[in-house]
Design a protein around this ligand. Structure first.
Ligand code: S3P
Length: 417
């Protein structure tokens, strides 16, 4: 069996890269980003911005963006295409809602099946004029003079919806208050330095308004923690492994997966090397004996993107693994509950499916099999890690879909395995 060994740095965090591009487009001046993630999703954000009149240039190392106020953005000559990217569609919707010209937003077949009513509802309350068929893409935005602020309690734990409303708030009369009762990734409020208040009932309020000055966000983008999770799992499971990942995001709203690993008895260490504007540092991980555990419900939103690879890990750990209250997984790039369950079964791992999660008992050896990814990058990368654990072969139907978030996944995997 292979082992994992080496020291790596990863392409910039996808969520931070999207926001860096969008916020730099709103900043009246030039911004520079190193380690920006040129994956397919972030390229979709850049190409939409370009159509809206934002200039950017990449010299192979540094991405330079020249931003301007939305009043100087241009009407695109064709629909904006968010491709496979939910973050592009939902965050951009917040900005498109307040423009003084019309736009149309489309996406690929997978994105066109994902719910947009979750942004349509609050944005319409703010006065946005949006047409869509039953709450799905394409969405057509008609011009508005000014949006109006709202007070909105998030009905789903979604950083994309939160960010969409807060971005619309930048172009609204009055102060928009967004109330969150489950913590979700906080890059938007952190990067835009939005005012935050902890309420007496334990919820958190975030505020945005047209008085916010967008800061110069020029930075080196920390490596993507969700990408790191695949290699962390490989190193934990393969005997003799030892892996160091440098300059990776350690934002606490993203690293719930490390808390789960600690509960499972994983052997790893963390060293924070920078904290502003986003915490980052080094993670070192070794092969470990792992015990399954119950996942505390409050961690679900924090580990949502790591659940496919957590399922691979759990199948190799000792004892029952039960994950509930994660129905949100059904609305990702694929129905991830079905894809995890079907593909685990196809590779020899018995698993029980629930409407809102799944359960299995480990450890069970992986067998060879064929994986249907439905073009879902995280399903593909999770089963690529499973493939390292079997002498037989696990074959992916679409290995190239990893480029949605992580174009260099296969190169780095080859380098360390
Ligand atoms: C993201 C938020 C999460 C996450 C997605 C990226 C973001 O989606 O799953 O990969 O950058 O805000 P939801 O907001 O739908 O939970």
């Amino acid at each position: 069996m292979k082992k994992i060994h080496g020291t790596i740095k990863l392409p910039g965090d996808k969520s931070i890269s999207h926001r860096a591009a969008l916020f730099a487009a709103l900043y009246p001046g030039k911004s520079e980003f190193s380690n920006f993630n040129f994956n397919n999703d972030c390229k979709a954000t850049l190409s939409c911005l370009e159509q809206l009149g934002i200039q950017w240039h990449y010299d192979g190392r540094v991405l330079r963006i020249t931003g301007k106020p939305v009043t100087e953005w241009q009407k695109p000559s064709k629909p904006l295409d968010a491709r496979n990217s939910g973050t592009t569609a939902r965050l951009l919707s917040g900005i498109l809602s307040g423009l003084s010209f019309e736009t149309t937003l489309t996406g690929d077949a997978s994105l066109s099946r994902r719910p947009m009513d979750r942004v349509l509802k609050p944005l319409t309350q703010m006065g946005a004029r949006i047409e869509s068929e039953n709450g799905f893409l394409p969405m057509h935005f008609s011009p508005v003079k000014k949006l109006k602020a709202i007070r909105y309690a998030l009905p789903v734990a979604s950083a994309q919806v939160k960010s969409s409303v807060l971005l619309a708030g930048l172009n609204a009369a009055g102060e928009t208050e967004l109330i969150e009762n489950t913590s979700t990734r906080d890059h938007t409020e952190r990067m835009l330095r939005l005012r935050q208040v902890l309420n007496e009932d334990g919820t958190k309020s975030l505020f945005s308004s047209s008085a916010i000055n967008i800061p110069d966000l020029s930075m080196t983008i920390p490596g993507d923690f969700s990408s790191a999770a695949f290699f962390i799992v490989a190193a934990l499971l393969l005997p003799g492994s030892n892996l160091t990942i440098q300059n990776v995001s350690l934002n606490p709203t993203r690293t719930g997966f490390l808390q789960v690993l600690k509960m499972m008895g994983a052997n790893f260490s963390i060293e924070e090397t920078s904290s502003f504007p986003e915490p980052a540092g080094t993670i070192t991980v070794q092969n470990s004996q792992l015990q399954n555990c119950a996942i505390p419900r409050e961690l679900n939103a924090n580990i949502i993107d790591e659940i496919p690879v957590l399922a691979i890990l759990a199948s190799q750990a000792e004892g029952p693994f039960i994950l509930r209250h994660v129905k949100e997984l059904r609305y990702k790039e694929s129905d991830r509950i079905s894809m995890i369950v079907e593909n685990l079964r196809a590779t020899g791992i018995p698993v029980e499916e629930f409407d809102d999660g799944f359960q299995l008992t480990g450890p069970v050896k992986f067998k060879g099999g064929r994986i249907e990814t439905k073009g879902d990058h995280r399903i593909a990368m999770s089963f690529a890690i499973a493939n390292l654990l079997t002498e037989e072969e696990i074959i992916l139907d679409d290995p190239d879909c990893t480029a949605v978030s992580f174009p260099s996944f296969w190169d780095i995997l080859n380098e360390i395995s």
